[in-house]
Structure formats: structure tokens, C-alpha cells
Design a protein around this ligand. Structure first.
Ligand SMILES: [Zn+2]
Length: 256
């Protein structure tokens, strides 16, 4: 297991005792959430402070040996060592030793990010791969021993659906443009490109303003034609325009 943060990084207190897991006995990888009613915050410092509080609660109030969970995943997709992936957990009542737990560090009014889902999926499959044949991945409420809403409605549904990979990890790149929006975007891109600093070691941009203007006009016509009546992905269009400019600058295509 590759951790972004180990126990020392979040200031964990020592476990009162630890038992290593016998992986061949593990039949369920169980996903939890802390059901925090306050927002947890995105910084490592904020998350570390919550982890210390949960550990304190589990040790001092519940009387457990340590924070209940083995591994944590936050909204940035970072992996936190809690008890540790190979240590027997204390998060599934009555099933200790046959489960291993992952904590999704998510407050109750938060939606899991694609980064969190991607890492949860990866970690859950990694742990299931170490466990007994036929090991399943379940939400806590579906683990069979406790009636609970854990890990919340969104993660519960996602786990029940088989932990599908998130479809859009870069929503910013997925803007769809109308003809007029695309024209504006192309002009802005060309302008930004023309005003970018001249690369070190060269005295000028490798094309003339005239050629660039001509290319811009051509690109505009070409891609607006594509966009006319339909909608095109702006990142596809912009990538194609840059490719055209680069090829022209390299002499592979004539300037128009
Ligand atoms: Zn739980």
C-alpha cells in the first residue's frame, strides 16, 4: 500500500495494541465514512486534526485500541495510513479479522469527488486482491452486521453499482461550445498565444503576425464549420488549431 500520509504525518497516538491481519481470512472490504456533520476541509492539516479527534474518541470513549479504520482516502484522492492496511481493524462489529476497512473522509453534505472515487476504487481492489478468493467490496450498511447509513447514500449506491470508474475527471476540459462561444474562445486563445513570452534563446516567434492572423481566420472558418449545427468539444478544436499553427511554423503546412 502506497500512503501519501503515514501515522506520524497526522500525529497519531500509539495503538494500545495491534494484531496483524491474516489476509486469507478476509472476506469483505468494507467502505465507511465518518458521517461528519461539519465540513472536514481539504488541507492535510485539517484532515489530520479530524483524524486525531476520531482516534481520541475511539480510544478514550469507545475503549478501542486505535482509530477503528485501516486506511483513509480524502477528497483529493490522497491515501492516509490509519491502523495500516495489514493491521486488523475494529470497524465492523462482530466481524473483526474477516473484514478490512477503508474510510472515505467525507462529510455528510459532501459529494465524493472523482479523485476520491478513483482512489477508493484502486485501494479497494488492491486490498480485495490480498484477501480470500471471492472477497467482496461492500458499504458498511451492506456488510451484514450493523444497521447503519454508513458510508452515506452516494457511496453506498456507488459501491452497490460495482465501484465504476468516474467518467469525468477533468470537467473543465469538457465544455461544449456553440458557434458563437467557440468563435470567442478561438480569438481569446490566439490572442493569448500571440502575447505569450517569446521562448528563451530565440529572438522572435517563429511566425509572423500576418501568417497567424490568416491561420486564425482559417481555423475559425474550419472549426466554426464543424460547430455549425452541432456542438464540438472546445478542447478538441483548440488542440487542432495549435497543431495547425505548429505545423505551419515548422514549414510542414503553408501559411494561408
Ligand atoms: Zn462504517
Amino acid at each position: 500500500m502506497r500512503y501519501d500520509y503515514q501515522r506520524a504525518d497526522w500525529g497519531a497516538r500509539p495503538a494500545k495494541s495491534r494484531t496483524l491481519l491474516t489476509w486469507s481470512r478476509v472476506r469483505k472490504i468494507v467502505i465507511h465514512w465518518p458521517a461528519s456533520i461539519t465540513p472536514i476541509g481539504a488541507t492535510p492539516e485539517a484532515i489530520a486534526s479530524y483524524l486525531r479527534a476520531w482516534q481520541r474518541y475511539h480510544q478514550a470513549v469507545q475503549g478501542w485500541t486505535d482509530i477503528a479504520y485501516a486506511v483513509g482516502v480524502d477528497q483529493a484522492g490522497r491515501v492516509w495510513e490509519l491502523r495500516g492496511a495489514d493491521v486488523r481493524d475494529g470497524a465492523t462489529a462482530g466481524q473483526g479479522g474477516t473484514t478490512q476497512s477503508i474510510l472515505a473522509i467525507l462529510a455528510i453534505d459532501e459529494t465524493p469527488t472523482p479523485a476520491m472515487l478513483t482512489t477508493l476504487r484502486h485501494i479497494a481492489h488492491e486490498l480485495a486482491g490480498k484477501a480470500a478468493k471471492g472477497c467482496t467490496i461492500v458499504g458498511h450498511g451492506d456488510a451484514g452486521s450493523t444497521r447503519t447509513d454508513c458510508p452515506g447514500p452516494q457511496l453506498r449506491a456507488w459501491v452497490r453499482a460495482g465501484l465504476p470508474a468516474p467518467t469525468h475527471t477533468q470537467p473543465k476540459e469538457d465544455i461544449m461550445a456553440t458557434k458563437d462561444e467557440l468563435r470567442t474562445i478561438i480569438r481569446e486563445e490566439i490572442t493569448a498565444f500571440m502575447h505569450a513570452p517569446i521562448p528563451a534563446g530565440t529572438t522572435d516567434r517563429p511566425w509572423t503576425t500576418t501568417a497567424t492572423d490568416a491561420l486564425a481566420a482559417a481555423a475559425e472558418l474550419e472549426y466554426i464549420a464543424l460547430a455549425d449545427g452541432t456542438r464540438v468539444r472546445t478542447d478538441d478544436a483548440i488542440a487542432a488549431i495549435y497543431e495547425r499553427i505548429t505545423k505551419t511554423a515548422a514549414g510542414e503546412e503553408p501559411a494561408l
